[in-house]
Write a protein that binds this ligand. Structure first.
Ligand code: NAD
Length: 260
C-alpha cells in the first residue's frame, strides 16, 4: 500500500500513464495527473479516480517538452500536496522515418519529451526525496531503450538515453532510500495498437483478434501485446518495499522480444 505517498505521473491522461495512475491510486497514493486532452474529459477523469479510490487527485497541465514546465510540474505538485514521493516519467512521443529524412526539429522534439523532461523532473524532485530519504523514480523507456530499430532513430536514441539516465541516477542515490529504474515494454495494447490492428483486419479481411496477434507477433514471440495494466503493476511493484534494492535496472516486459 502507498497510503500517504504522492505520485506524479507524466502523460497520464491516456494510455499507459493513465493505467499507472489508476493502479497507484488503487494502492492509495495521492495522484498528480498530467497530459494533454479535452479539459472537461480530464476533469471527469480526475473526479472518477478520486471517487473510485478515495484518494486526492490533482491535475497539472505542464507541457513536458519544455524544461521549465517539467520542473514546474514538480513545484506545482509539491505546492498542492506538500511533497512528492513517486515520480513516473511516462510522457513520450515518436517520429518514424529513415534518418536521412528525419526533420531536425522532430529530433529535438522527441529528445525533449522522451529524455530531457526526465532530467528536469528528476533534478527538481530529488532534493525533497533526499530530505525524507525515500523516493521512487520510474522511467517508462521501451524495448527500443535496449535494442535498435529502423526508421525511428530519435526514439531509439532517446529511450537508450533514458535507460542510461536511470542508471546514473540510481548510482547517485544508491546509498539512500531512493531508487530509480527503467521499465521497457514491447508493444502495449493502447489506442494506437488497436487502430493498427483494426486497419490490418480490414485490409486483409481477418478478425480483429487475428490482426492483433499478427501485429504483436511481428516482434513478440508471445503473439500478444502487453496490457497497459501489466506495465502499471510492474511500476507499482517498483514502488513497494520489496523492490527497495532494485536499482538502475531496465526491466523489459516484451513477450520474449529480447530473448530471441
Ligand atoms: P499515449 O500517446 O497513449 O499517451 C501519452 C500521454 O502523454 C498522453 O496523456 C498525452 O496527453 C501525454 N503527452 C503527450 N505529449 C505531452 C507533453 N508534451 N507534455 C505532457 N504530456 C504529454 O502514449 P503511450 O502509448 O501510453 O506511451 C506512454 C509511454 O510508454 C511513452 O513514453 C512511450 O514511448 C512508452 N511506450 C509505449 C509503448 C506502446 O506500445 N504504447 C511501448 C513501449 C513504450
Amino acid at each position: 500500500m502507498l497510503e500517504g505517498k504522492v505520485a506524479v505521473i507524466t502523460g497520464s491522461t491516456d494510455g499507459i500513464g493513465l493505467a499507472i495512475a489508476r493502479v497507484l491510486a488503487s494502492r492509495k497514493a495521492s495522484i498528480m495527473l498530467n497530459g494533454f486532452g479535452d479539459a472537461a474529459h480530464i476533469e471527469a477523469l480526475r473526479r472518477e479516480l478520486a471517487r473510485e479510490h478515495g484518494v486526492t487527485v490533482a491535475y497539472g497541465a505542464a507541457d513536458l517538452s519544455i524544461g521549465s514546465e517539467a520542473a514546474g510540474l514538480i513545484k506545482d505538485a509539491t505546492r498542492e500536496f506538500g511533497h512528492v514521493d513517486i515520480l513516473v516519467n511516462n510522457a513520450g512521443t515518436q517520429h518514424k522515418s529513415p534518418i536521412e529524412e528525419h526533420p531536425p526539429e522532430k529530433w529535438d522534439a522527441v529528445l525533449a519529451l522522451n529524455l530531457s523532461a526526465a532530467f528536469h523532473t528528476i533534478r527538481s524532485v530529488l532534493p525533497q526525496m533526499r530530505e525524507r530519504n525515500w523516493g521512487r523514480i520510474v522511467n517508462i523507456a521501451s524495448i527500443y531503450g535496449l535494442a535498435g530499430g529502423s526508421d525511428r532513430s530519435s526514439y531509439v536514441a532517446s529511450k537508450h538515453g533514458l535507460v542510461g539516465l536511470s542508471k546514473a541516477v540510481a548510482l547517485e542515490t544508491a546509498a539512500s532510500g531512493i531508487t530509480c529504474n527503467a521499465v521497457c515494454p514491447g508493444h502495449v495494447s493502447t489506442r494506437i495498437f488497436y487502430k493498427i490492428a483494426k486497419d490490418l483486419a480490414q485490409r486483409d479481411n481477418i478478425s480483429r483478434e487475428e490482426a492483433q496477434r499478427r501485429v504483436a507477433a511481428r516482434d513478440m514471440p508471445s503473439g500478444r501485446a502487453v496490457a497497459p495494466e501489466q506495465v502499471a503493476e510492474l511500476v507499482a511493484f517498483l514502488c513497494s518495499a520489496a523492490a527497495s534494492e532494485i536499482r538502475g535496472a531496465a526491466l523489459s516486459m516484451d513477450g520474449g522480444w529480447l530473448a530471441r
